[in-house]
Design a protein around this ligand. Sequence first.
Ligand SMILES: NC(=O)c1ccc[n+]([C@@H]2O[C@H](COP(=O)([O-])OP(=O)(O)OC[C@H]3O[C@@H](n4cnc5c(N)ncnc54)[C@H](O)[C@@H]3O)[C@@H](O)[C@H]2O)c1
Length: 355
Amino acid sequence: MSGDAINVAVVGLGEIWTVVQRAYVECPGVTVSALCDRDEGRLAAASALFPSAFATTSLEELLARDDVDYVEVLVPSPAHCDVACAALEAGKHVQLQKPMASTLAEADRIVEAARSAGRICRVTEDYVFIDSIQALRDVVTSGEIGDPLSLHTKLVGTGPGAWDVRSDSWRWLMPNVLSGLGLMSYDHGWHHFAVAYWLFGPATRVSAWVGATPLGGPYVMDAPTTIMWDHANGVRGVFDITYAPEMYWDSDYYGGDERFEVTGTLGYARVNWVTARGIGGPVLEVYRDGATRQYHSLDGDWARGLVRSTRSFSEFLRGEHEELMFTAEQGREILALTLASDESSRLDGAAVSIS
Ligand SMILES: NC(=O)c1ccc[n+]([C@@H]2O[C@H](COP(=O)([O-])OP(=O)(O)OC[C@H]3O[C@@H](n4cnc5c(N)ncnc54)[C@H](O)[C@@H]3O)[C@@H](O)[C@H]2O)c1
């Protein structure tokens, strides 16, 4: 469909749609042709934004339409596999939000459904489209900090100062937690593992202690958590997760104090904040030979990264570039690291090989 105008159908019009929709408002060459959500109120709100789009509460009805080239899947992650496979089997390409799936068997089902339908399933990841994270990678690959030795990523789950996650989202996030898919290490942690994968390739083994802070009732937050892994290229990764719900942390979006720091043989490069700007300051710092360089004007905005990532798939389908980032097969590799950390923790931190 090189250069042709293409049609997208969106399924799931909840919290993340409030940001993803920005990618499709005035997006040259892409038309939102159909909208689907089981919730009629959300469907009506989205229809007001895209009045010419066909609106339905039925996925089957949406998938039966001819004016859909790809389906933007924004339903809760436990439903990703069923919705993505149904769309692929109906002959549509799919753009699928993270985390790709809940199990490797589900990821395999998605990969196979795409292969047998001859369609593409792309897994959306936004962090790797944020300018600050792209600049981090540029510094690392330029050799400026020498040969990379380690990646340290940090996430502190904070409280006031950020978006309140809608109660609807909690309704599926918390059962996820009960089945071992933690909010911080799996649902959000996906971004950290995706950046690690993008920087240094597949991991070979992982060890983890996943904590459990009681939240009331049967629910827990999966912190404090420490996860460490080796990449096949020799770089060691550590992901350090803390839960501090009373900490004020300023954000236009979701909360959380985050870092990505790569140490090399000659220096380091560190992204100081991502989704939440927190205390501000330079978004990227690079140290080498006794001097630091600070980036204050580099764009660190998370939502713009998500918008760019979302648009990237339609640009790919229109033949404007050849980079899928991430393919379903790559998504499976990211999921393998994510899930193996939980398995290691169940084994009290024993190393788990990643296949
Ligand atoms: N990239 C990011 O930073 C980011 C941030 C938040 C959420 N997400 C991901 O986006 C996805 C959605 O999360 P959310 O927070 O928007 O959830 P949400 O609960 O706010 O919204 C999901 C919507 O999907 C609808 N839905 C569920 N099953 C459906 C079906 N079979 N057919 C039609 N509609 C259906 C629900 O009615 C709801 O409106 C998840 O995979 C989540 O992990 C990504």
